[in-house]
Design a binder for this molecule. Structure first.
Ligand SMILES: C[S@@+](CC[C@H](N)C(=O)[O-])C[C@H]1O[C@@H](n2cnc3c(N)ncnc32)[C@H](O)[C@@H]1O
Length: 190
């Protein structure tokens, strides 16, 4: 599907510059696994975890594991880079900090986060609709916040990261029909 391919390449254009040859990568909340599959194609050693199995056939069994959404049963610093791409707004607010702490535990060097980061009323309206439909789909009343860029920056600093890159993505670069504000954060573990 062209839009899936476009979104995958868009995500990769922010992830790839943070990678070094030979990096071991963990993709938390890998979803359908298109990003993961492409990174495997690049020659990286990559593993994906998610709370549901939405994998497309391109993602091999050995590169994926279901987990409980809180604890990945692997030792500290098992990976060089951990990815959380468009995952954190699907995580209830009270579980966001524990999940970022888990990502920090698992990475040796870098955490890459892509997020919807509302900047104006229209962004907030879109996030609100997206958040409400997600809550309805999974049958919960928990609060799933979409934070603005500055709030995520502070959030990551408070959780033991230095912000190497915090960049607002061009609005129309990912999806011309849904030009919502999004950001890329490249975070170094302190
Ligand atoms: C919008 S999809 C993003 C998929 C993929 N990362 C991407 O960029 O295409 C959000 C994913 O987050 C997953 N997710 C939600 N809560 C999670 C958690 N606590 N741990 C890991 N994944 C989670 C969902 O199951 C879903 O696959």
């Amino acid at each position: 599907m062209p839009s899936v391919r476009k979104e995958t390449l868009h995500t990769l254009s922010y992830v790839r510059p943070a990678l070094e040859p030979g990096d071991r990568i963990l993709d938390i909340g890998c979803g359908d696994g298109w990003v993961l599959g492409n990174l495997i194609g690049d020659g990286h050693d990559v593993m994906g975890v998610d709370i549901v199995d939405l994998r497309k056939p391109a993602v091999p069994e050995f590169a994926f594991a279901l987990y409980d959404g809180e604890k990945v049963p692997l030792p500290d610093a098992s990976f060089d880079v951990v990815l959380l791409t468009f995952v954190l707004h699907h995580v209830p607010n009270d579980k966001k900090a524990p999940l970022v702490a888990e990502a920090r535990r698992l990475t040796r060097r870098t955490l890459v986060v892509l997020e919807d980061t509302p900047r104006n009323l229209i962004d907030r309206w879109a996030c609100n609709i997206h958040g409400r439909s997600h809550r309805k789909r999974i049958g919960t009343t928990a609060d799933f916040g979409f934070y603005p860029q500055w709030e995520w920056e502070q959030f990551f600093v408070d959780r033991g990261f230095a912000v190497r890159r915090s960049e607002a993505l061009p609005r129309f670069s990912r999806d011309v029909i849904r030009p919502w504000a999004r950001c890329c954060f490249v975070l170094d573990k302190l």
